[in-house]
Design a protein around this ligand. Structure first.
Ligand code: C5P
Length: 227
């Protein structure tokens, strides 16, 4: 089988409160998105990597390597639309049975080892698979600022990316999804079809950089070797 990476990187990163989109903020002197792309370039299992940016993105040409990465300027208004647009552009490049690993640009701590773990752990699962972490904290339901109940954490996992699916299934799932804002990852669109993707245990270093302090946490993980 062939494995392709698709990285939605068309967000503005409003929660980061920075002047450039967060995927271009530097982590250890290197743009976050470059770390993310390098993880896929360092994996021998990935045939090619595609990155989806906004049509008017002024930064990508200085960041994307010339070999192994293709820039698709088809970002949409939501993450889901960016992925959907990217998949549509690839219709003549990918075949139905090819696997697509969708990965957030904002997760720069990914490693070739984690990519391989996901691919091996998912195997030929008909619903695909994703990296995720079991919840370690006690989970509260908040109503009006008060703890209105405790949700048993047993059986709860936090979704990470990459999330991998056969090209045909992912296109079908995202075409069927109607509310882009309620689809915050690709697996949820596949689950909405009644399918259950495989959960493969990820690693905390694969955090999503969202808030300003997350940059330092990502730098700490990138300074230590692979999981
Ligand atoms: O904002 P958040 O961290 O949830 O975004 C997840 C990923 O989706 C990021 O890599 C971001 O660049 C991407 N995204 C996108 N198009 C959008 C919004 C977000 O590609 N319209």
């Amino acid at each position: 089988p062939r494995y392709f990476a698709l990285i939605p990187a068309a967000g503005v990163g409003a929660r980061m409160e920075a002047t450039s989109p967060k995927q271009y903020l530097k982590i250890g002197g290197k743009p976050m998105l470059r770390h993310t792309l390098d993880a896929f370039l360092s994996s021998e299992l990935i045939a090619h990597t595609f990155v989806v940016v906004s049509p008017d993105d002024p930064y990508i040409d200085a960041v994307a390597p010339h070999h192994g990465v293709t820039v698709l300027r088809c970002g949409g208004a939501s993450r889901m639309e960016s992925v959907r647009n990217g998949l549509a552009v690839l219709a003549s490049t990918l075949s139905r049975a090819d696997w697509v690993l969708v990965h957030d640009a904002a997760r720069p701590g990914l490693t070739a080892e984690l990519i391989e773990k996901l691919i091996t752990g998912t195997g030929d699962h008909p619903a695909g698979g994703l990296l995720a972490l079991p919840v370690v904290d006690t989970v509260k339901r908040c109503i009006d600022g008060e703890a209105a109940g405790t949700v048993p954490r047993n059986g709860l996992w936090l979704a990470q990316t990459p999330q991998m699916f056969r090209y045909e299934l992912l296109r079908e799932a995202l075409a069927a999804a109607t509310d882009p804002d309620s689809i915050t990852d690709d697996a949820s669109a596949v689950e909405a079809l009644g399918l259950s993707p495989k959960l493969v245990e990820g690693h905390p270093r694969n955090l999503k950089v969202t808030l300003p302090d997350d940059i330092r946490i990502a730098e700490m993980y990138l300074a230590v070797s692979q999981p």
